[in-house]
Ligand binder design. Structure first.
Ligand SMILES: Nc1nc2c(ncn2[C@@H]2O[C@H](COP(=O)(O)OP(=O)(O)O)[C@@H](O)[C@H]2O)c(=O)[nH]1
Ligand SMILES: [Mg+2]
Length: 233
């Protein structure tokens, strides 16, 4: 039985510049809530000083834990992060802390009454490049059309999961970033309680992902899931 409190999971790939200041900001915020918490930082593929900085952060604070997997892939890190999580509410954020930290307490409260919380930039406020907004809007619309899921954010960041829920869907989490769609799609059609809440996002730095590869992979997987849903009918 997971403990009551918040596990924050942060995937990390070559974040040596942000690890110390942003983990510090996040730590101070979580301490101010007065709720038991831990921060799990999971790197895969990092080739800069991220791993040694993560180790130093863990030595300073027992609430911070880390792991490193040599091969790249956020989904693989997410599976391990879920496995390690001690608390019943798992909340994901990016190392650039592009989403307002207020999402964390809102998601934690909502998770007492629902199974998954989806932080949505479209229904909140976002400052991101037009190309990224356009690509995610097309994806959201197509997901609605093909999979009959009417949510507005399938990015890895700003999502809250009950540990029991996410454990059920871990077999569908691949090594990359499509896992959010898989979980939302399956949980929604299984009648789980999913709640979307607006978030504020400012993300003007260059993405760690190759946006062309990411687009081909995500749209490709959307069609794959659609075809398998037709076959099941
Ligand atoms: N563990 C892990 N983290 C990754 C990988 N690629 C990116 N990240 C992390 O995922 C988070 C989101 O990356 P970011 O570039 O801000 O994504 P975007 O702004 O949504 O395009 C950041 O914390 C990255 O360090 C990866 O292969 N493995
Ligand atoms: Mg970002």
């Amino acid at each position: 039985m997971p403990l009551k409190g918040i596990t924050i999971f942060i995937p990390v790939y070559n974040e040596e510049a942000l690890l110390t200041p942003n983990t510090g900001r996040l730590f101070a915020y979580l301490e101010s809530l007065g709720i038991p918490f831990e921060i799990i930082i999971g790197s895969n593929g990092s080739t800069d000083r991220s791993v040694s900085i993560m180790r130093e952060l863990c030595e300073e604070h027992s609430e911070i834990r880390h792991f490193h997997i040599p091969e790249k892939g956020v989904g693989a890190a997410f599976r391990k992060g879920v496995d390690m999580a001690q608390f019943g509410h798992i909340i994901t954020v990016d190392m650039d802390l592009s989403v307002d930290l207020g999402f964390i307490i809102m998601a934690h409260r909502r998770l007492n009454r629902c199974d998954m919380v989806i932080g949505s930039k479209v229904t909140g406020n976002q400052k991101r490049s037009w190309i990224r907004k356009m690509a995610s809007n097309s994806f959201i619309n197509l997901a609605k059309l093909l999979l009959q899921i009417n949510f507005h954010d399938y990015s890895i960041s700003a999502k809250g999961y009950r540990k029991e829920l996410v454990e059920k869907y871990l077999p569908y989490v691949d090594n990359k970033t499509f896992y959010v769609v898989e979980i939302v799609y399956r949980a929604y059609h299984d009648g789980k309680r999913l709640k979307e809440i607006p978030v504020e996002c400012i993300d003007m730095r260059e993405s760690r992902f190759n946006l062309i590869h990411e687009g081909i992979y995500k749209f490709g997987n959307l069609f794959r899931l659609w075809v398998s849903s037709i076959r099941r009918c």
